[in-house]
Design a protein. Structure first.
Length: 493
């Protein structure tokens, strides 16, 4: 656990921080009620709560490792004949569900998905462990099997069905056919009844997969991302039929070495180490904190051809530091396609921050609103909408967003700082985040369509606006710099 935790902190700190940035947990009864309106709602509520601790990646990883340790203990209780190396295989699957996300961190609609799988697996194996502890008589096992699904499905969704399935398989191995039949009927019927009686807003296609992340985009499914979940279930299903531990030393040694080797290979294959993706995250976090020099350092050492997102953020950092336009030539330039199985549009990733830094808050606000409706409300979107409202002179709107952020755990101080700006607009002039943007604001206050083509729109918008001031003209020239000889590469697929 310690080694996995250190690897997560050292290699994926930016991914974990972004996971909490694309998450929202509010300490309000209404937020809890909203989560409980779907199957597995308590699980997503808990997942959202724990994900916020990735604000300090080391703290979030510590909690995650403690949960993994508890999960291994539960495996020992539920499947006492399982060797420890085989018990580590599910931990590898849980790890891969986090480190293989890549750009899905912006697109997954399941709240708290970084913790949901771990919590759900604990719930499923916990049900099996409780079943193991019961006297193996129908008077005890049959009612528990019924309760496991009827109560568990609204709380844990799919994971209650998984746990009940394992109970049914254990009963089959012991030839307790009544429990097996009841478990099978419950797994099939309870989600259907819940759909018709409780969860009308849930798509019927997903009633058996409630509280699992859906790796789909524009109507297309990406099945390879489900492999860790399938492996997790297959592992536990196999354990149900191990009646006693192997005594042959050669087979024991071979099995343990094979399990460890399989664990290592699975983690290596599943770990997303795309350099551009990690640099984009690092630079976007530095941009959020106005750490312009750190952004340039990250852009300078990119491996291979950078994405346009890296180049755009690098140009913003140079502009904020007052560096000469010719210095852009000393940095790597390119337009490499983001490493994702589907088309990535910058308006869904770093585009909102770029619009804000370019002094075009309407478009930043617009995409925050659209993504909030489509993918869910997050800390990042509420913060950006607060800043946009302040730049547009809309203090009432800004107070709505700060009121929500004040109900979070780690963003209260930020919310209070900008709520003060709504009462005293002069504070905006001295604000570290907002004051550099003010010279780039334009008199025209309109909203058209950017066709999800961020850089092309910036080029056309900046050059098509008459009466530019000096700062706006400089911004336009820097935007043209790459466009002059590479305009075809600015069109996002």
């Amino acid at each position: 656990m310690l080694l996995l935790g250190l690897l997560l902190i050292s290699l994926e700190a930016d991914v974990l921080y972004e996971a909490q940035n694309q998450n929202l947990f509010l300490h309000t009864p209404l937020f809890f009620e909203q989560q409980m309106m779907k199957a597995g709602g308590f699980l997503t509520w808990m997942g959202s709560y724990l994900t916020q601790y990735f604000f300090y990646p080391a703290l979030g990883v510590s909690i995650l490792c403690l949960l993994w340790g508890f999960f291994i203990w539960l495996i020992h209780k539920a499947f006492p004949n399982t060797w420890l190396p085989f018990a580590l295989l599910p931990i590898g699957c849980l790890l891969v569900t986090i480190v293989d996300m890549g750009y899905w961190v912006y697109y997954l609609k399941l709240p708290g998905h970084s913790f949901d799988t771990t919590l759900g697996a604990i719930a499923a194996i916990g049900l099996v462990a409780i079943y193991r502890c019961l006297p193996q008589r129908l008077a005890y096992t049959l009612p528990f099997t019924l309760i496991a699904v009827i109560i568990g499905y609204p709380i844990f969704g799919f994971y209650a069905l998984w746990g009940t399935l394992l109970i049914g398989l254990l009963a089959t191995a012991k030839k307790q056919w009544t429990v097996t039949v009841v478990a099978a009927i419950d797994v099939v019927s309870v989600p259907l009844l819940a759909y018709h009686l409780l969860y009308h807003e849930t798509n019927m296609v997903y009633i058996y997969w409630a509280s699992l992340p859906m790796y789909s985009h524009n109507g297309e499914q990406y099945a390879n991302y489900y492999l860790p979940y399938i492996a997790l279930v297959v592992c536990t299903v196999g354990w149900c039929f191990i009646s006693h531990p192997l005594s042959n030393r050669k087979w024991v040694l071979f099995g343990r070495c094979g399990a460890i080797l399989l664990l290592i290979i699975g983690i290596i294959i599943g770990w997303n180490r795309n350099d551009n993706f990690h640099r984009e995250l690092s630079m976007s976090h530095n941009m959020e904190r106005q750490q312009w020099e750190d952004m340039l350092t990250t852009a300078q050492h990119v491996k291979g051809e950078p994405t346009r997102a890296i180049c755009l953020m690098k140009n913003i950092a140079l502009l904020r530091l007052g560096r000469d336009r010719k210095e852009m030539l000393t940095f790597p330039e390119g337009s490499k396609r983001p490493d994702a199985p589907f088309s990535i549009r910058m308006v869904h990733t770093i585009g909102k921050q770029v619009y804000l830094q370019y002094g075009i808050p309407n478009y930043c606000y617009r995409w925050c609103m659209e993504d909030g409706v489509e993918y869910g409300w997050t800390v990042e979107r509420l913060k950006l909408m607060t800043l946009c409202s302040l730049l547009n002179g809309e203090p009432t709107a800004a107070r709505r967003f700060t009121a929500l952020l004040k109900k979070t755990t780690f963003h209260k101080d930020w919310a209070k700082q900008y709520e003060a700006c709504t009462h005293n607009p002069k504070l905006v002039l001295g604000d570290e985040a907002l004051s550099p943007i003010l010279p780039y604001l334009r008199d025209d206050n309109f909203l058209t369509s950017d066709q999800s083509q961020l850089e092309l729109f910036l080029f056309e918008h900046l050059l098509g606006t008459p009466n530019n001031n000096r700062q706006q003209e400089e911004l336009a020239q820097r935007t043209m710099f790459y466009y002059r000889s590479n305009h075809q590469k600015l069109v996002e697929p």
